[in-house]
Design a protein around this ligand. Structure first.
Ligand SMILES: NC(=O)c1ccc[n+]([C@@H]2O[C@H](COP(=O)([O-])OP(=O)(O)OC[C@H]3O[C@@H](n4cnc5c(N)ncnc54)[C@H](O)[C@@H]3O)[C@@H](O)[C@H]2O)c1
Length: 253
């Protein structure tokens, strides 16, 4: 991808697998130094060694859970100590939660999904923005979903979390524009990742895939390229917007 991010430091949550992993690849290819945060240590180690193989000395892995503000703040801190600053951030970690009607899934599943998909992004932004203010500006992309624009039956917590994420993105974009920090979101359609290919999720994925006008699932790097465009100066006049990358999934008769 023909974008030069040399000298920039990026932080990506959920960077060990799926869309986040692909975002880390594209960022490295564009010259950035990249820290990825994820929960599982073995997936994280594997991803970091592959990223280091791509551009030695330019990748860092930090294990942690985004639903804990303390773990997120310390991951951002480690990134800054290791690479000397923070300029770009992608808040990508997200979970679908258990399928079911709201009254059946109960408060625990609700809290878990909102804790990762909404609190986790807000906590990340608090930690990231403190560093971007010190750096004199920055660019943040939050990974939302087409379910921020429509609904997915029996996933009420997921749908609510992604709708709220768009609101958080717009509100903060306006608040931080004067400080040189741009904040946008990307809404993927149905993308081929461990999340959509998981045994319990495959049936939902197949049902959704059947109605995509481009007649195929999206690939993680097709989302990654949109994210990196919004992170880069190519989108210097774009803030508070959501870029839908969905093969026209949302367009229905
Ligand atoms: N795959 C799709 O079709 C699709 C569609 C729309 C939106 N999205 C969104 O894209 C994002 C990435 O999805 P994906 O399909 O790549 O998921 P994935 O399950 O394949 O990968 C998720 C990554 O997030 C990390 N993660 C999950 N919970 C975490 C937590 N609590 N703390 C830290 N890291 C955590 C995992 O370790 C992993 O690295 C999510 O926000 C998801 O909602 C995905």
């Amino acid at each position: 991808m023909n974008i030069d991010l040399t000298g920039k430091v990026a932080f990506v949550t959920g960077g060990s697998k799926g869309i986040g992993r692909s975002i880390a690849d594209v960022l490295l290819d564009c010259g950035a130094k990249v820290a990825i945060m994820a929960r599982g240590q073995s997936d994280l180690d594997k991803a970091v060694s592959e990223l280091e193989g791509r551009r030695p000395g330019n990748a860092l892995g930090v294990q942690g859970d985004v639903s804990s503000y303390e773990q997120l703040a310390s991951a951002v801190q480690r990134t800054v100590e290791h690479f000397g600053g923070l300029h770009l951030a992608v808040n990508n970690a997200g979970i679908a939660g258990k399928p079911g009607l709201l009254h059946a899934i109960g408060p625990e599943n609700w809290r878990q999904v909102l804790g990762v998909n909404l609190d986790g992004v807000a906590w990340a932004m608090i930690a990231e923005i403190q560093e971007m203010v010190k750096a004199g500006g920055g660019s943040i992309v939050n990974v939302a979903s087409v379910e921020a624009h429509t609904i997915l039956k029996q996933f009420p917590a997921y749908v609510a979390s992604k709708h709220a994420l768009i609101g958080l993105t717009k509100a903060t974009a306006a608040d931080y524009a004067g400080l040189g920090i741009r904040i946008n979101s990307v809404s993927p359609g149905v993308i081929r990742t461990p999340l959509t290919m998981a045994a319990g999720q495959k049936e939902v994925t197949d049902r959704l895939a059947a109605r995509i006008p481009l007649a195929r699932l999206g690939e993680p790097d097709e989302i990654a390229r949109a994210v990196v465009f919004l992170l880069s100066d190519l989108s210097s006049y774009t803030t508070g917007t959501d870029l839908v990358v969905d093969g026209a999934f949302l367009l229905r008769e």
